[in-house]
Design a protein around this ligand. Sequence first.
Ligand SMILES: *Cc1c(COP(=O)(O)O)cnc(C)c1O
Length: 375
Amino acid sequence: MPRVYLSPPHATGRELELLTEAFTSNWIAPLGPQVDAFEQELAAAAGVEHALALSSGTAALHLALVVLGIEPGDEVICSSLTFAASANAVVYTGATPVFVDCDESWTLDPTLLNRALSERKAAGARVRAVIAVDLYGECCDYDAIRSVCESHEVALVQDAAESLGSAYKGRPAGSQGRVAAFSFNGNKIITTSGGGMLVSDDESLVEHARKLSQQAREPAAHYEHTELGFNYRMSNILAALGRGQLEQLPARVATRRSLRERYWEHLAPLPGITFMPESPDVVGNAWLTTIVVDPDEAGTDRETIRLALEDEDIESRPLWKPMHLQPYYSSHRVIGGEVSARLFANGLCLPSGSSLAALDQERVIETIRSLATGR
Ligand SMILES: *Cc1c(COP(=O)(O)O)cnc(C)c1O
């Protein structure tokens, strides 16, 4: 039996046709008609005016901070429970990340965020931006977060790397911040094998990022540079792949949500097994279904389940290790931290790919059921 992966690539649409089109047109470069079309189509899907296709989600986060003017000496607040890329982008600018915990929604806690901003400003820190992360496809409480950001006059950056196709209060994920970043890494809900997108309603921000992403070339016949640039553009070939994938996004979301429902149905009744909550304001893309195992109630623990799945050649993974627990960030400030630490200790991401076979999901469920028998 082939290995069952957490979230493998799934390409069954017009990808090959569009790739061939890109190839035969000889636009084999980090620009071209497929890139232009992918940007327009993605902007429409995310409910924003402007989009810039880039080499990765990390590049999108980095450029978002650069065009917001984040500089060495600044501080940027970042969700602690996230993938390292969110925080690393801050370090690339020379600014310092300050971590804020999540609440029981698993996403950035607006009350703690307000406390963090007040405390850091009172201490004389120059806090310039907040990175809110849509964890596992679940959007943050943006009405609350936006009002905190506005009252403290800091820019809101939405890390939507995991939430393409989700919606918050009826609006697509990616339209909630001043600027947002998507990822098309191989494990995300759609993929270009590697890639990302920066989106915003603010044309000047996106156009500035566009210039910086191609080594900040000035409009001159020779190579003229007045600011520091980067080589961050997406290849036209990969944009073709992305277009083929994006056409299938609604179907991918529907499949992942139904996989999650099946997990809910079979695992939620077990003692000591709970799920990441879905806010009534959010229709998430269910990128990864995640459970929390209470070892005092379940009669088993997260690691026992993970190893039992591994014995079946089924990949599962602990939640993101919070940034404030990462050795690299151990000297950084954190406001709160207990909630994400507890989730990390007991949380597990289950196979959630849109190509997951019903029988394989059944094996995942059976493995967990056989262990979580109560104490
Ligand atoms: C995947 C991911 C990123 C980074 O995207 P890449 O395309 O891999 O650079 C950033 N933030 C979060 C929360 C992610 O899950």
